[in-house]
Each structure stands twice: as C-alpha cells, then as structure tokens.
Design a binder for this molecule. Structure first.
Ligand SMILES: *Cc1c(COP(=O)(O)O)cnc(C)c1O
Length: 463
C-alpha cells in the first residue's frame, strides 16, 4: 500500500477545519459530512492511481467547490446566437411575455386546474385548452400531453395495439434525441408495416399492405431531412381517402405543427394543422415548442370519438401536462386566435424580422468587437424538425480575430470565451471563424450581447 495514504486526514480532522466550521453556519452538518466523505474517497482513488496525497487545504477547497457547484444551478439562461431558431439543445422556443405571465400566475397560487367553478365539483384539465385548439384548427376535440413523442405513443397504444400500422418507408424516420418511428411503434405494441421504397411510395403500396389486422394508415412529417431527385410520396389527401374506403384510421404526425402559412415569410410551405384537419385526418399530432412557439407539450387534435378514447387511456395520465405549461400554452394559442402571433410569439418575431433590421443590429454587434469582426451575408435555419432545407436570409457577425494572431483553434478559443460570460453567448463555428446570428436573438437581449462582446474584445486586446 502506498505510504501516501497515511497522510490522508480523517473525516473529523477535515470537519474541524476553520473554513468547514464556517460553512456549518450556512449548510446542514449532514451535507458537509457527505461532501467531506466523497472528497476523501476521491482522494483515495487519486492516490491509488499514483498521485500524491492532497493537502488538507486542497481537500477543504474541493469541499467548498462542491457546495458552490450544488447551490448554483447548472441550468441557466443563454443567448442563442447560433442562427438555429428552434434549437433542441437550447430549450427550443422562447416564450411570449403573456405566456410567462400566465405561467407565473398559476405557479404562484392555487388554480382551478381540475375544479369546475360553476358547479363546485371536480373538473377536467383538458377543458381549459380544448375550445381554443378546436377553434384554431377546426377539429372536434383536442388533448394536450407532455410532449409529441408521448402524444404519438398514446395514440398508437390506445388505438393500434396488437394491430398493424402502415407507414411509407420514406417516413419511418428518426427525429433525433432517440425518437424513431419504428421504436415508438414497438413500444406501443403496434406492428409497423413499412411500404414502398426509400424514395418512392405509391397508393398501391398501401393498398397491397392492408389486411384484416390493419388499424391505421400513418403519415409522418420527415422533419429533419428532405429527399431530392426521383421521389414520390402519397399525399395526406390520398391517404385519408384510402383509409376511409377501407374503414381504417388516418394519423398525421406533423412534428412541428404550424398554424401560419410559412410561404408568406418566403419559406417553403410547412403543413398546417388546420389543413390536416380539413383533409379529414382522424388524429393529428404535433409539438407545443416547435413552430407553435409555446412550452414543451404534445398536442393531439381530431375526431371526438378518437380523442375521447385517448383521454380515458392510462397512458394519458402517465404523460399528462402540468398546470404551468398548460397555462403557458393556452396564452400562446390565444396569440393565434387574436391574430397577433407574428408580433407576440418570439419565434415568429424572429422569422418575420426584416433583413434591414438584422443588418443594423449585426453592425452594432460588430462595432462592439472593434476590428475583430465583419458583417457578412448568411442564412438562418428554422430547426426543430421543421422546414428542412429552407432558410431565411440574415447577416452574420463573423469573428476571426486579428490576422497576425491566427491560430488553428482561434474560433474555439473565441467561442469558449463568449460562453464564459455572465450570460453565455453561443455562436456557431464554421471553418476557423466564429459566427453570431442576430436573427435568433431578440432585440431585448442585445444589451447583454453587447456587454459580452465588449468583454471579449477587451480581454482579447489584453491577452
Ligand atoms: C419533433 C418530432 C417529434 C417529437 O416531438 P417532441 O415534442 O420533441 O416529443 C415527433 N415526430 C416528429 C415528426 C417530430 O418532428
């Protein structure tokens, strides 16, 4: 055994250190004992690996650092200057002021989540949002759950378990983050029947696959990729006609889901929820926090008799949405009802910002970096599995450092420094330059961005 172990202090010795005694005034003794034990265990492993025994001072430092890490939540706001508007790694859609107010109100106080104020009896949490969703989409009924993955799982489990679901091979997709149509299908107990080929699927392919075991014909938005060249897919209209003719259900997993016509923003068309309902789809599934621009949620709209079955299924209880996100989603949907989505919902504000405005802000950002940056033309991506291959024109702040100090990891260094600011600013790296896109940042955040950029420039000049 290494003699270094002999120098390791006892738990009591560390606990009697003056600085730890001081921590005892703020933190429970049991927490300190646990942290000291964990630090000593770490030291033992380190010695076993051949390192020298840490000093008492180093052990106390380590305990203090652990406490600091525990009480400062690692989850915190960042500024998304990546130029991907719906970034899953950055929490997708930021929320409107009205949504935050609504969430705050029900978070702070009790609310009538499942209480009928007219009758003074138990109520349903669904009734608060269902009328708004029906009004917006033209559907007979609606249900909201935890997220779209659980919405699809619920739909398949409740209505297709031990039956077959036919999906085009080109739509049996992986969305990312572990959501694969074949896996969700297996989890639900439904049997996936893939038809057609990767690039071409025809009505006849579905027709030939229909059997007495078939329950659903399912359409899935390809979300994050696009097939080009020689391709053919059966339209939703054709799928719905086929399902009706064969007494089957038609499901449409829209992924993002959208209420506005994206072509008015010079984007490619993204299928709209109201179109899917008008086509006669039995159930339509989409996310609350993609192009809808609300909090995380899975939204299901469609025929009343189908939605009713879903509401009664035990999985609906397991995947139910909480009062806070429910309140936020309702407030977001009301923006669409009032035809004010484009001026109120952050994601639509970003999409609809004129290029001249982005250009002005990019110049302001570049000025703060005095000489380290230029403004160049670029493209903003929508992200979130919507509009693959469709981008918005933007202006990028291109930070390349000074030419005399070019090193291979310049962009990495710059990026890390921006991420160490009080509010981390996240850009994207292309080649050896760091790019910042003002389109994915709200003007209200510009002050914080400028602060970070001033700090970066000042630190860069000194180093
Ligand atoms: C994003 C997406 C999902 C998953 O939605 P979450 O709200 O992230 O659970 C499911 N299906 C499609 C087609 C998607 O694009």
């Amino acid at each position: 055994m290494s003699s270094e172990f002999r120098y390791l202090p006892s738990v009591d010795r560390v606990l009697s250190d003056g600085r730890i005694k001081q921590l005892e005034e703020t933190y429970p003794f049991t927490l300190l004992v646990n942290l000291v034990r964990q630090c000593l265990e770490g030291a033992r492993l380190s010695i076993a690996a051949g390192n020298p025994c840490p000093s008492l001072n180093e052990i106390v430092d380590s305990v203090s650092a652990q406490i600091c890490a525990l009480e400062n939540p690692s989850l915190r706001p960042v500024i998304n200057a990546t130029g991907v508007l719906l970034h899953t790694n950055m929490g997708r859609a930021p929320l409107s002021k009205e949504s935050i107010v609504a969430m705050n109100a029900v978070a702070k106080d009790y609310c009538n989540l499942e209480y009928d104020l007219n009758r003074g009896t138990r109520g349903s949490r669904h009734i608060h949002i269902e009328p708004v969703l029906c009004q917006l989409t033209g559907a007979e009924a609606a249900l909201v759950v935890n997220n779209n993955a659980s919405a699809v799982l619920l739909g398949l489990t409740a209505l297709a378990k031990r039956r077959e679901v036919i999906v085009s091979r080109g739509q049996a997709v992986e969305i990312g983050g572990g959501f694969r149509i074949p896996d969700i299908m297996r989890q639900s107990g439904a049997k996936l029947i893939e038809v057609g080929t990767t690039n071409c699927t025809y009505t006849a392919d579905y027709e030939q696959a229909i059997s007495p075991r078939t329950a659903v014909l399912m359409h899935v938005h390809s979300s994050n990729f696009r097939l080009m060249g020689f391709t053919h897919e059966v339209t939703l209209e054709e799928l719905v006609v086929l399902s009706k003719r064969n007494n089957l259900l038609a499901f449409d997993d829209l992924g993002s889901g959208c209420f506005l016509d994206t072509t008015t923003f010079k984007l490619e068309p993204e299928p709209m929820v109201q179109q899917s309902i008008a086509t006669g789809t039995g159930l339509v599934f989409f996310s609350g926090d993609k192009l809808v621009g609300g909090p995380q949620a899975g939204i299901i709209v469609g025929e009343k008799q189908l939605v009713d079955k879903l509401k009664k299924h035990p999985l609906a209880r397991a995947a139910r949405i909480d009062k806070i996100r429910l309140a936020g989603l309702i407030a977001t949907l009301i923006h669409y009802l009032k035809d004010e989505a484009v001026i109120k919902i952050p994601i639509w504000r970003m999409i609809s910002t004129p290029l001249e405005e982005i250009d002005q802000r990019a110049r302001l950002w570049a000025q703060a970096l005095s000489g380290l940056a230029q403004v160049t033309e670029g493209e903003t991506m929508i992200g979130g599995g919507s509009l693959p291959g469709s981008t918005l024109p933007t202006r990028l702040v291109t930070i390349s450092g000074e030419s005399e100090r070019k090193d291979r990891n310049m962009a990495q260094t710059l990026s890390r420094r921006l991420q160490c600011q009080e509010i981390p600013v996240i850009g994207r790296i292309s080649g050896n330059v760091l790019l910042l896109d003002p389109r994915s940042v709200l003007p209200e955040e510009d002050e914080a961005v400028l602060h970070a950029l001033w700090n970066l420039a000042a630190g860069w000049k000194r180093s």
